[in-house]
Design a protein around this ligand. Structure first.
Ligand SMILES: Nc1ncnc2c1ncn2[C@@H]1O[C@H](COP(=O)(O)OP(=O)(O)O)[C@@H](O)[C@H]1O
Ligand SMILES: [Mg+2]
Length: 304
């Protein structure tokens, strides 16, 4: 019996074509791929997880790469699956990078620069008042958000006073805020696979917006990183334990250093439009992912 791996990869933005390429390359190495294993449609019966007639337990690895569609149920099964087989990314790394506070906390404790941040209990909003006096401007961030959604710039104490009653209505457990960094409204998105540099591009916020996210109107441009940026992205990926990552980095004008804004565990491949623009790292990314699936599934297969 040959090795089998399960895969759940996003299909939009060229994801379907990437999936076909990965399957073909794995096949050439004697590895069979079962694509489209959406945990939404899986069930657990006693100790076995089924997806239709497929016994997921028999797989040698599961490659989960679908950022847009992670519900609580899917994440719950992600956790269970990772107890019995290797997953890319590991559940631990996946759940870490899904949370901005936990990620910044880990990064800071490994000496990696992030924006200054503060987390406090929702009843402790005095903390926010004291910190805005010190920081001048800050950003309120939902810790599990994406695409720049829900990020709120707080310009002064008066804005904070306006915002607090709204936040209090939202039934939050805590407040997570970051110092608002002075930067040129551009960032570096650095893709790392298996500890190796894959590619980099830049993003620029549009008009008066300060967020570089495409969903917030930002645009992508060709950008070469320097060694410092690449090293920072590799180190951040390592301490977060991510096999695959897209690390967002900006240059803090005040401290005059590069800081890690976010570690994304499911960074998109370049879309066909972005490839036309010159983002040419997909091939390298696919090859590194295939190597890694090969190596990790072989380890599991050998020990069965
Ligand atoms: N502390 C900050 N200071 C200034 N700009 C920030 C700060 N944090 C985030 N941003 C801007 O907002 C964007 C989105 O923030 P990020 O933490 O990556 O959240 P998301 O998960 O929504 O992408 C970043 O790409 C950056 O342009
Ligand atoms: Mg981001």
């Amino acid at each position: 019996m040959s090795r089998k791996v399960g895969m759940w990869l996003y299909q939009n933005g060229g994801g379907d074509k990437i999936e076909k390429k990965i399957i073909k390359k794995l096949k050439a190495r004697g590895i069979e791929t079962l694509p489209g294993i959406n945990p939404r449609h899986a069930i657990a019966k006693n100790g076995t997880i089924y997806h239709g007639d497929t016994r997921i337990n028999d797989l040698d690895l599961f490659f989960s790469y679908n950022a847009g569609e992670q519900t609580q149920y899917q994440v719950f099964l992600y956790q269970a699956l990772n107890r019995i087989m290797p997953m890319i990314n590991s559940y631990e790394a996946f759940s870490l990078t899904e949370d901005k506070f936990q990620t910044s906390f880990v990064l800071q404790n490994h000496g990696i620069a992030t924006p200054d941040f503060k987390l406090c209990h929702r009843d402790d909003s005095e903390q926010l008042r004291s910190i805005i006096r010190k920081w001048d401007k800050m950003v309120y961030k939902p810790t599990d958000g994406w695409g720049g959604i829900g990020l709120t710039k707080i310009e002064n104490e008066a804005t904070l006073d306006m915002l607090l009653p709204l936040l209090n209505q939202m039934d939050l457990r805590f407040f997570y805020v970051e110092k608002f960094l002075q930067y040129d409204n551009t960032d570096y998105r650095v893709d790392i696979v298996d500890g190796q540099f894959v590619g980099c591009y830049g993003r620029k916020a549009s008009g008066s917006d300060w967020r570089t996210n495409i969903t917030s109107g930002g645009s992508v441009f060709l950008r070469e990183p320097n060694d410092e940026i690449v090293d920072l992205a590799i180190k951040a990926s390592k301490v977060c334990g991510v096999d695959i990552s897209g690390v967002d980095i900006i240059y803090d004008r005040e401290k005059e250093e590069y800081v890690v804004i976010e570690v994304n565990g499911i960074p998109a491949f370049a879309t066909p439009e972005q490839e036309k623009l010159g983002l040419n790292f997909n091939k390298k990314k696919i090859n590194l992912i295939v190597d890694m699936i090969d190596r990790k599934s072989a380890e599991h297969y050998k020990n069965k």
